[in-house]
Design a protein around this ligand. Structure first.
Ligand SMILES: Nc1nc2c(ncn2[C@@H]2O[C@H](COP(=O)(O)OP(=O)(O)OP(=O)(O)O)[C@@H](O)[C@H]2O)c(=O)[nH]1
Length: 411
């Protein structure tokens, strides 16, 4: 879904930069050059957020801010400078942030904020706080930045919420709570979940100089002392959520084949080994198919390596048509593997036969080079707990398919 942003800015050059930034972050941007124009737009459209200039021709003292806030539009204020009076005015309103337009860095920062807001909608944060007032305050800060919020009243309650909501990625935990306090909760969460999956931010009003270290040693990623400043809260939260994002990106890259974007060998073995454990306990047969493009070297030789790459990308996409619910990976070169997670042996064999035929009939339309090609498939179905053994057997069948003249499924 495209998010709509309202930019209220009277200097055309600045409005152009802001609009460019917003569009690059995926927004549909509307620009108003005055408060009057902004009000007309707000009456007509729903906005996901707004960037508001503090000084406008018809609103010279930040009067546009309460207008967007009243319309419940999360607001970022841009100011020429942030003297005490300006700051006092901005501080009166629950704005997302204020940015001084001093230098280029301000626009990098704006871009970061605009990119984060839609992302925050997918981030689930659990607030663990026994004081209703404090819990509501932290939740309201989170809602303002569009995070999803869950609440728990103590450590025991928090563990239950986490069990029911495994997709919570941030836990903000107070220390002083009945039943299970913050740092005990922290230690328990770390026993169950890694640092790479969940961020914990400890919070406490205690004056003890040792508490922050205790929280961090129990596995918290960060610590805030109450009463904290909203700006610091957002900065620390964003840094930690960014870190989780970076880890997720690195993890994805480590598990994905760079060319076809299919899971790679490493991911395949991790997942298949897990599935194998369950199958062994349940005494179910395992099914693995090895798929290899026939005479692929010729494709490279006749049409060039780039055309060969295009064929690999194209065939990777077709797997989705036939085997969307199975574990498919590129093992290397022109060799692919399917570990069947579903269906019966006969159904899977039938799907493989249809897939082979589909490739034979349609491959010439897969790429602009119009290269027809075929595939050979070896399928193994047996009680075998070791994934390497299954792959060896499937490879033997694939070899048989090649020996029989290629473009065959051997099971
Ligand atoms: N374009 C491209 N070629 C690759 C890639 N990885 C491996 N290859 C090529 O794939 C070819 C595989 O050739 P062979 O193993 O001889 O097999 P084949 O020509 O497909 O013949 P059969 O399997 O016996 O039908 C080699 O020429 C490799 O250089 C890649 O990522 N891109």
């Amino acid at each position: 879904m495209t998010h709509r942003i309202l930019i209220i800015e009277d200097t055309p050059a600045i409005a152009r930069v802001q609009k460019h930034i917003a569009i690059s972050c995926g927004y549909e941007a509307h620009v108003a050059q005055s408060l009057e124009q902004a009000e007309a737009l707000i009456n007509k459209h729903q906005y996901f957020c707004a960037v508001v200039d503090f000084i406008l021709p018809d609103a010279p003292n930040g009067e546009a801010i309460p207008v967007t806030i009243k319309a419940e539009i999360p607001t970022i204020v841009m100011t020429g400078n942030i003297d005490n009076q300006t700051r006092e005015t901005v501080d009166k309103y629950p704005v997302i942030d204020y940015i001084t337009k001093e230098n280029k860095q301000a626009y990098h920062y704006l871009k970061k904020q605009l990119a984060r807001l839609p992302r925050n909608e997918d981030v689930k944060v659990l607030v663990v706080e026994d004081s209703r007032h404090a819990r509501m305050y932290i939740s309201s800060l989170l809602y303002r930045h569009k995070y999803q919020v869950l609440e728990a009243v103590d450590g025991v309650d928090a563990l239950e919420v986490l069990q029911q909501n495994p997709d919570v990625s941030v836990i903000i935990a107070d220390n002083e709570m009945p039943r299970m306090n913050g740092d005990e909760l922290c230690a328990e969460i770390r026993r169950l979940y890694s640092n790479e999956d969940k961020v914990i931010i400890g919070v406490s009003g205690s004056n003890s100089p040792h508490l922050s270290a205790r929280f961090l040693k129990s596995g918290a990623n960060d610590y805030l002392r109450k009463p904290f400043n909203a700006e610091e809260f957002y900065c620390r939260l964003s840094l930690n959520v960014d870190m989780l994002d970076h880890i997720a990106t690195i993890r994805l890259q480590a598990n994905t084949d760079y060319l076809t974007k299919l899971p790679n060998r490493r991911y395949f073995f991790g997942q298949a080994n897990q599935a194998q454990k369950i199958r062994t306990v349940k005494q179910q047969i395992s099914q693995v198919a090895m798929i290899d493009i026939d005479h692929f070297k010729r494709i490279n030789d006749d049409h060039g390596h780039d055309a060969g790459d295009d064929v690999l990308v194209a065939i990777a996409k077709t797997f989705d048509k036939f085997f969307a619910n199975e574990l498919v990976a590129r093992l290397g070169g022109e060799e692919f593997v399917i570990y069947f997670l579903h269906n019966s042996s006969e159904e899977n064999l039938e799907s493989l036969k249809k897939f082979r035929q589909y490739i034979e009939l349609n491959s010439s339309s897969f790429t602009p080079h119009k290269i027809p090609f075929t595939i050979s498939i070896g399928l193994v179905s047996k009680h075998e707990p070791i994934i390497d053994e299954l792959l060896k057997e499937a490879d033997k069948k694939l070899y048989e398919a090649k020996e029989l003249g290629r473009n065959k499924v051997v099971s």
